[in-house]
Design a protein around this ligand. Sequence first.
Ligand code: ADP
Ligand code: MG
Length: 443
Amino acid sequence: MTLVFVMLAEVLIFVPSIAFFRLNYLIKITDFAHLATLSLLASPDNMVSDELREELLFRVGARSVVFHGANSRLLILSENMPPSIDADFDLADRNPLMLIEDAFMSLMIGPGRIIRVVTPIENEPNSSLEVVIDETPLIAAMYDYAWNIFLLSLIISTLTAVLVYLSLLWMMVRPMRRLSESMIAFRRAPEDITRRLVPSKRQDEIGVAERELEIMQTRLRAALKQKQHLVALGTAVTKISHDLRNILSTSQIVSDSLAEIKDPKVQKIVPRLMTSIDRAIDLCTQTLKYGKAEEREPKKERFLLAALVNEVKTSVGLSEDNTIVWNSQIPAGLMVNADRDQFYRILLNLCRNSVQAMEAGGVIDISAARTANHTLFRISDSGPGLPAKAKEHLFEPFSGSTRSEGTGLGLSIAHELITAHGGEILLERSDVNGTVFCLDIPD
Ligand SMILES: Nc1ncnc2c1ncn2[C@@H]1O[C@H](COP(=O)(O)OP(=O)(O)O)[C@@H](O)[C@H]1O
Ligand SMILES: [Mg+2]
């Protein structure tokens, strides 16, 4: 590209310079002719021998030279047979465009023309010089000149191209190669610190890219390490939960046989013992379930929402004495497009939390509405609101629970399942007057 561009620039320069070259050539000839006429004008009768005339014409490179004085016309030098003229050029009235045109006409028409060049004489007003020349040597010189310019341009553009190529290679390609090699190396072995990119001090975009890449790699490496630790920790927790559950099952069997002892003291302790063992087993089971990698992908189907909400109602653990009012306002025909099982678990978790929060009684409102291709749910209760700890760790596994028998998994599971549906769960309000969760599920 550099080669082509420099050559193009040279062509643009060549056009005026060839015109200039031709002009200089003509001026030089007329200057010589002027000198010759001066020597002639100095001789008696303005006459010289035939040999000298021939010699002078040959030196000037002209066929004839005519001097126009203020009021005389003087044919000073001429061959015996004056040639016929093909073209006239008055150097006094040539503008640059005309000069360019003259030069290209000469090149196009080619050698063989006889031309007459008229030029005013310096310091002698009203006098001029008329020189008739054969254009052939002029055209040959012009071709020589063009050829030289072409060679020179070729050398300049090749040199420029080599320099541009080398500097691009040095300043752009090499650092980019370093960047991409570092990316590939990082992708292959992210832990390998020895192949880390050491950023240069460059201030341009490449420098920024190098530094950003280094920061990104360092952070990713740290995150990766942390993740590995967490995986190890998770595996350990799973193993512990698993073994603990087995041990607890044994205790459960033992406490079952304890229940058969009629001693009132034992009878008083056994139920408490059994509930705590049950809870402990439940905790282990839930932890194991959570640890079992991710939930499966939702299998979406269309189902009637009202029926599902009824199922949730029967299993949410409402007490017999109706202290909690269940107020479901689901439109009869409302269909939802979601994974039915997972959606059941989402609602059950939320509703069970509400029931658990309202031991003294209260109201649960469930409503749903459809917009274009979303279903919006609102589950609200008149309970005491989420405790601060639960709010701070909202949707985080294991950390938000404030109940002694809780695991802190309910909300985080609901969040995970909704997100897998491409939907959203929001805590719209939670204060002493109650708690409102909103769900948004796209079809
Ligand atoms: N509707 C609610 N009203 C009051 N507190 C709630 C409500 N829902 C959740 N919480 C609080 O958030 C905590 C975390 O809930 P969750 O993730 O379901 O875990 P868990 O029920 O096992 O404790 C609960 O312990 C409870 O304190
Ligand atoms: Mg819960």
